[in-house]
Design a binder for this molecule. Structure first.
Ligand code: M6R
Length: 614
């Protein structure tokens, strides 16, 4: 959702801003804009829709851009006010001397807007952001100093903001500030970059400073300073970026999603690295900062997450309960935050998030912390706001995930839960050593088994072609693969817009069966193990209602070919590990259906990679 870029230095400012915005495109947006401080004039360019439109506009206007010294840019995902050019950022004040871009939501913007209108401010948009522009401009009139004006203004804002501000008469600087929304300063030689996320600057620098809440930064060409809101300078730590620029290339794949699906064997190896050395050795998880005695006596865990991360959490619950006998509740963050939860200092609360920026999950873990719980965060972004809240932090090391539809991060989250569940089981002594040893052996084989699936994609492609024009889909499973069914259905919905729903197979006859006929395919996840026969019976029930059947199975049983129209086979694996393998063909099925339908696979409509609003 929304993205911010800023630049001050000797490079082509427009080029840096556009490249930065292009690298943030994956976050999801519906309009874009930049502002330049050019030869003593503020110039604003905005366009609706994809960045190509802004690029086209800038090409047309080339002759009106002379020699900009600094610039700020933004991609907007509409929250307050529909996607229009007027609502696109940057926003300005009455005199047009000040320009500002903003990520986040200002909760008290209505009161501020009324107050500012009474003072003569003329609003041109419906956004909360324009309020900040007028507010800073008002303060500027009084103090005649951009840093002081921003510092005074942000004290009046409730909610979340990352802002980047330029003022016509102070062309040597960009002033930035943040609260509950990420913002970083990229450090170069006689140049500085500003961004809401790493991909915007990764091409130019690997050294960054992350702004913390309620800090204000003054960024110039050859220096930058960060202050608290009382005006005291803060000594900031320069950090090295965790990713390489190559992470942003498709490396020959048609889409990032396909590339990321293919990265999964390596992602698994990365997760195992340093945690699982040998099948005879215990799992090492130094990231868990709780003493062994407390872990041994742990009675209750809550896992909170959204979307795909929530599905990984469901597998986590299954594993921890199965291995350790600890009661685990899994809940969507957006539900957790609006009820009285039974969370206290004896609860371990696990927050799971690819981005580490999901607003609902951040709020939920903050609530849990207030109640005294130890908060463990499992995330792909150890540099994120959520990671900063963590008492214990398990980075999943999946590398930047660009496709909006999560794939490799899901696998890495699953793997992290296997590590955690086995780590806890070894501390509690709740699973016999030989069983854990066997499991470790099987875990080490997973990358090779996924490679096998990835080298035989043709049956999945054929299945995708066969079912691409279907309007609805049901995915059924039981046990540990119920979450796989939910995740498979979510993937299909997200990128193909086909109505797909995951159901516990046993629930089919309690309602959904009424929908079944030849127009409703049922995909059964049939992994050999405890519930295989049960799901087979549930599939028979569907067949009796004329549903077209697809099996995703580890079984070599040839009679399945009589019952199912399509049988997608994956290698045999311990049932407990089967979600890792079963997810891959489901990701591919969704991918090929969406690709066949000509959908925008990496940036599906209406979706954002990081959902930074509640
Ligand atoms: O970054 P997070 O894992 O916290 O994001 C949670 C969801 O927004 C995310 O998983 C979403 O459902 C993805 N689009 C799934 O593909």
């Amino acid at each position: 959702m929304c993205g911010i870029v800023g630049y001050i230095g000797n490079r082509d400012v427009v080029d840096v801003l556009l490249k930065g915005l292009t690298n943030l495109e994956y976050r999801g947006y519906d309009s874009s804009g930049i502002a330049l401080n050019d030869e003593g004039n503020i110039k604003i360019f905005k366009a609706l829709g994809k960045l190509g439109n802004l690029k086209g506009l800038l090409k047309e206007q080339e002759k009106n851009i002379i020699d900009p010294v600094a610039g700020i840019g933004h991609i907007r995902w509409a929250t307050h006010g529909s996607p229009t050019e007027d609502n696109a950022h940057p926003h300005t004040c009455n005199c047009g001397k000040l320009v500002l871009v903003h990520n986040g939501i200002i909760e008290n913007f209505k009161d501020l807007r009324e107050e500012l209108i009474k003072k003569g401010c003329i609003f041109k948009s419906q956004t909360d952001t324009e309020t900040i522009a007028h507010l800073v401009a008002q303060e500027y009139d009084a103090v005649k100093d951009l840093k002081k004006a921003v510092t005074k203004a942000v004290k009046r804002l409730n909610g979340a903001y990352a802002i980047c501000v330029m003022y016509k008469d102070e062309p040597d600087k960009i002033v930035v500030a943040r609260k509950n929304a990420p913002l970083l300063i990229g450090i170069g030689q006689n140049e500085h970059f500003i961004a809401s996320d790493i991909p915007a600057v990764i091409e130019y620098t690997s050294q960054v400073v992350y702004l913390d809440d309620m800090e204000v930064g003054v960024v110039k060409k050859d220096e930058f300073h960060v202050y608290d809101v009382e005006g005291n300078e803060v000594n900031k730590k320069i950090e090295k970026l965790p990713f390489e620029p190559v992470a942003l290339s498709k490396r020959g794949y048609k889409h990032f999603m396909l590339k990321e699906i293919h990265e999964q064997p390596d992602v698994i190896r990365n997760v195992l690295n340093g945690k699982l050395y040998d099948i005879d050795e215990k799992i090492i998880l130094n990231e868990v900062k709780i003493d062994k005695e407390t872990l041994k006596n742990l009675q209750r865990i809550e896992i909170i997450a959204c979307g795909t991360s929530l599905h990984a959490a469901m597998v986590g619950k299954y594993l921890i309960e199965d291995f350790c006998g600890i009661a685990v509740d899994v809940e969507a963050s957006s539900e957790y935050i609006y009820r009285k939860t039974v969370t206290n200092e004896h609860t371990l609360v696990i927050g799971v998030s690819q981005s580490g920026e999901t607003a609902d999950t951040i709020t939920a873990i903050k609530q849990a912390k207030k109640k005294g719980a130890h908060v463990l965060i499992i995330t792909n972004r150890p540099d994120s706001a959520m990671a900063r809240e963590a008492d214990s932090l398990i980075p999943i090391n999946a590398g930047i995930e660009v496709s909006v539809a999560a794939t490799k991060s899901f696998t890495a989250q699953l793997m992290s839960f296997y590590m955690l569940a086995m780590f806890l089981a070894e501390i509690k002594g709740s699973v016999p050593k030989d069983i854990l040893k066997e499991l470790k052996h099987d875990i080490i084989q997973l990358p090779t088994l996924i490679d096998e699936i990835l080298t035989h994609k043709e049956p999945i492609q054929r299945c995708a072609r066969l079912f691409a024009n279907t309007k609805d889909f049901i995915y059924i499973a039981r046990g540990i693969n119920l979450a796989t069914a939910y995740e498979g259905a979510l993937k299909l919905k997200e990128i193909s817009y086909i109505n797909a729903t995951g159901y516990p197979a046993g629930e089919l006859k309690h309602g959904p069966i009424a929908m079944l006929d030849e127009s409703m395919p049922v995909l059964s996840i049939l992994m050999e193990g405890k519930v295989y026969e049960k799901i087979l019976s549930n599939s028979e029930e569907a067949k009796a209602r004329n549903a077209r059947l697809i099996a995703l199975t580890s079984s070599q049983d040839k009679t399945l070919d009589d019952l199912f129209e399509v049988v997608l086979r994956i290698p045999k694996v311990n049932e407990l590990l089967s979600p890792v393998l079963a997810s891959v063909p489901l990701q591919l099925l969704a991918y090929y259906i969406a690709e066949f339908l000509g959908k925008d696979v990496d940036q599906p409509r209406n979706l954002a990679k990081s959902v930074t609003v509640e």
